[in-house]
Design a protein. Structure first.
Length: 177
Protein backbone atom coordinates (compact mmCIF):
# COMPACT_ATOMS: atom_id res chain seq x y z
CA UNK A 1 0.00 0.00 0.00
CA UNK A 2 2.80 2.42 0.88
CA UNK A 3 4.59 1.69 -2.38
CA UNK A 4 1.43 2.24 -4.42
CA UNK A 5 0.67 5.62 -2.81
CA UNK A 6 4.17 7.07 -2.70
CA UNK A 7 5.59 5.32 -5.80
CA UNK A 8 9.27 5.74 -4.85
CA UNK A 9 12.17 5.59 -7.31
CA UNK A 10 14.49 4.16 -4.65
CA UNK A 11 14.06 2.41 -1.33
CA UNK A 12 16.96 3.07 1.03
CA UNK A 13 17.30 0.66 3.93
CA UNK A 14 19.86 -0.72 6.35
CA UNK A 15 21.85 -3.82 5.47
CA UNK A 16 21.05 -5.07 8.99
CA UNK A 17 17.38 -5.65 8.40
CA UNK A 18 14.70 -7.92 9.73
CA UNK A 19 14.58 -11.20 7.80
CA UNK A 20 10.94 -10.71 6.75
CA UNK A 21 11.70 -7.22 5.44
CA UNK A 22 14.71 -8.52 3.50
CA UNK A 23 12.54 -11.21 1.91
CA UNK A 24 9.86 -8.66 1.02
CA UNK A 25 12.39 -6.32 -0.58
CA UNK A 26 13.93 -9.25 -2.47
CA UNK A 27 10.53 -10.19 -3.89
CA UNK A 28 9.86 -6.58 -4.78
CA UNK A 29 13.17 -6.26 -6.61
CA UNK A 30 12.58 -9.45 -8.58
CA UNK A 31 9.06 -8.64 -9.80
CA UNK A 32 8.98 -8.40 -13.58
CA UNK A 33 5.39 -7.21 -14.04
CA UNK A 34 6.13 -4.00 -12.10
CA UNK A 35 9.02 -3.15 -14.42
CA UNK A 36 8.12 0.49 -15.17
CA UNK A 37 7.29 1.28 -11.53
CA UNK A 38 9.79 -1.00 -9.80
CA UNK A 39 11.89 0.96 -7.29
CA UNK A 40 15.61 0.45 -6.88
CA UNK A 41 16.49 -1.21 -3.56
CA UNK A 42 19.58 0.33 -1.93
CA UNK A 43 21.18 -1.28 1.12
CA UNK A 44 23.44 0.99 3.19
CA UNK A 45 25.60 -0.14 6.12
CA UNK A 46 23.80 0.08 9.45
CA UNK A 47 26.44 2.58 10.62
CA UNK A 48 24.96 5.13 8.19
CA UNK A 49 21.72 5.01 10.19
CA UNK A 50 23.35 5.68 13.58
CA UNK A 51 21.58 8.26 15.74
CA UNK A 52 24.49 10.59 16.46
CA UNK A 53 25.88 10.54 12.91
CA UNK A 54 22.37 11.15 11.58
CA UNK A 55 21.95 14.18 13.86
CA UNK A 56 25.29 15.53 12.66
CA UNK A 57 24.27 15.05 9.02
CA UNK A 58 20.98 16.84 9.63
CA UNK A 59 22.64 19.76 11.41
CA UNK A 60 25.43 20.14 8.85
CA UNK A 61 23.24 19.74 5.75
CA UNK A 62 23.15 22.23 2.89
CA UNK A 63 19.58 23.55 3.04
CA UNK A 64 18.48 25.93 0.29
CA UNK A 65 15.61 27.22 2.46
CA UNK A 66 17.93 28.37 5.29
CA UNK A 67 19.88 31.60 4.56
CA UNK A 68 23.68 31.44 4.77
CA UNK A 69 23.67 34.27 7.32
CA UNK A 70 21.85 32.07 9.86
CA UNK A 71 23.87 31.25 12.99
CA UNK A 72 24.34 27.67 14.17
CA UNK A 73 21.89 28.18 17.04
CA UNK A 74 19.24 29.64 14.73
CA UNK A 75 19.73 26.74 12.32
CA UNK A 76 19.26 24.21 15.12
CA UNK A 77 16.11 25.98 16.31
CA UNK A 78 14.68 26.16 12.81
CA UNK A 79 15.43 22.51 12.02
CA UNK A 80 13.96 21.37 15.34
CA UNK A 81 10.72 23.13 14.38
CA UNK A 82 10.35 21.03 11.21
CA UNK A 83 12.13 17.79 12.16
CA UNK A 84 11.03 15.86 15.26
CA UNK A 85 14.45 15.21 16.83
CA UNK A 86 12.76 13.32 19.68
CA UNK A 87 11.68 10.61 17.21
CA UNK A 88 14.74 8.41 16.98
CA UNK A 89 13.60 6.37 13.97
CA UNK A 90 12.76 9.48 11.95
CA UNK A 91 16.15 11.04 12.66
CA UNK A 92 17.96 7.81 11.78
CA UNK A 93 15.97 7.43 8.55
CA UNK A 94 16.67 11.03 7.53
CA UNK A 95 20.36 10.53 8.28
CA UNK A 96 20.46 7.46 6.04
CA UNK A 97 18.60 9.31 3.31
CA UNK A 98 21.06 12.22 3.45
CA UNK A 99 23.95 9.73 3.20
CA UNK A 100 22.29 8.18 0.13
CA UNK A 101 21.86 11.60 -1.50
CA UNK A 102 25.46 12.50 -0.68
CA UNK A 103 26.77 9.33 -2.31
CA UNK A 104 24.63 9.67 -5.41
CA UNK A 105 25.27 13.43 -5.63
CA UNK A 106 21.88 13.87 -7.26
CA UNK A 107 21.71 17.20 -9.07
CA UNK A 108 25.39 18.04 -8.64
CA UNK A 109 27.08 15.18 -10.47
CA UNK A 110 29.42 17.50 -12.39
CA UNK A 111 30.37 19.73 -9.44
CA UNK A 112 33.52 19.39 -7.31
CA UNK A 113 33.39 16.66 -4.70
CA UNK A 114 33.52 19.18 -1.83
CA UNK A 115 30.15 20.67 -2.94
CA UNK A 116 27.35 19.11 -0.91
CA UNK A 117 23.91 18.22 -2.25
CA UNK A 118 21.46 21.09 -1.61
CA UNK A 119 18.27 20.04 0.16
CA UNK A 120 15.33 22.04 -1.19
CA UNK A 121 12.82 20.98 1.45
CA UNK A 122 11.23 18.20 3.47
CA UNK A 123 7.89 16.65 2.64
CA UNK A 124 5.97 14.45 5.04
CA UNK A 125 3.93 11.69 3.46
CA UNK A 126 0.78 10.59 5.23
CA UNK A 127 -1.11 7.66 3.80
CA UNK A 128 -4.76 8.15 2.90
CA UNK A 129 -7.31 6.78 5.35
CA UNK A 130 -4.81 7.08 8.22
CA UNK A 131 -4.55 9.77 10.87
CA UNK A 132 -1.11 10.98 11.91
CA UNK A 133 -0.80 13.01 15.11
CA UNK A 134 2.27 14.20 16.96
CA UNK A 135 2.99 13.52 20.64
CA UNK A 136 1.76 16.94 21.82
CA UNK A 137 -1.60 16.53 20.06
CA UNK A 138 -1.95 13.00 21.45
CA UNK A 139 -1.29 14.28 24.95
CA UNK A 140 -3.74 17.20 24.70
CA UNK A 141 -6.54 15.03 23.29
CA UNK A 142 -6.24 12.73 26.32
CA UNK A 143 -7.25 9.65 24.34
CA UNK A 144 -5.62 7.49 27.00
CA UNK A 145 -4.67 9.01 30.34
CA UNK A 146 -3.16 7.28 33.32
CA UNK A 147 -3.27 8.57 36.88
CA UNK A 148 -1.58 7.41 40.06
CA UNK A 149 -3.68 4.87 41.91
CA UNK A 150 -5.20 6.39 45.10
CA UNK A 151 -4.88 3.17 47.11
CA UNK A 152 -1.69 3.02 49.19
CA UNK A 153 -1.61 -0.76 48.66
CA UNK A 154 -1.49 -0.38 44.87
CA UNK A 155 1.32 2.16 44.75
CA UNK A 156 3.70 -0.50 43.41
CA UNK A 157 1.46 -1.29 40.43
CA UNK A 158 1.15 2.42 39.99
CA UNK A 159 -1.39 3.60 37.46
CA UNK A 160 -5.11 3.47 36.82
CA UNK A 161 -7.14 4.69 33.86
CA UNK A 162 -7.92 8.38 34.32
CA UNK A 163 -10.51 10.63 32.74
CA UNK A 164 -9.91 10.12 29.04
CA UNK A 165 -11.69 9.97 25.72
CA UNK A 166 -11.29 6.18 25.75
CA UNK A 167 -12.79 5.92 29.24
CA UNK A 168 -15.78 8.08 28.29
CA UNK A 169 -16.58 6.24 25.05
CA UNK A 170 -15.71 2.72 26.22
CA UNK A 171 -18.95 0.76 26.63
CA UNK A 172 -17.35 -2.63 27.29
CA UNK A 173 -18.72 -3.97 30.55
CA UNK A 174 -18.70 -7.31 32.31
CA UNK A 175 -20.07 -8.55 35.63
CA UNK A 176 -16.63 -8.17 37.26
CA UNK A 177 -16.42 -4.50 36.43
Amino acid sequence: RVLDEINPRSIVTSAKQDENMTRFLGKLASQEHREPKRPEIVFLPSVDFGLEISKQRLLSGNYAFIPDSTTATEKILFLSSIIPFDRVLTVRALGGLLKFLGRRRIGIELEDYNVSVPILGFKKFVLTHLVSIDQDTYSVLQIFKSESHPSVYKVASGLKEGLSLFGILNRCRCKWG
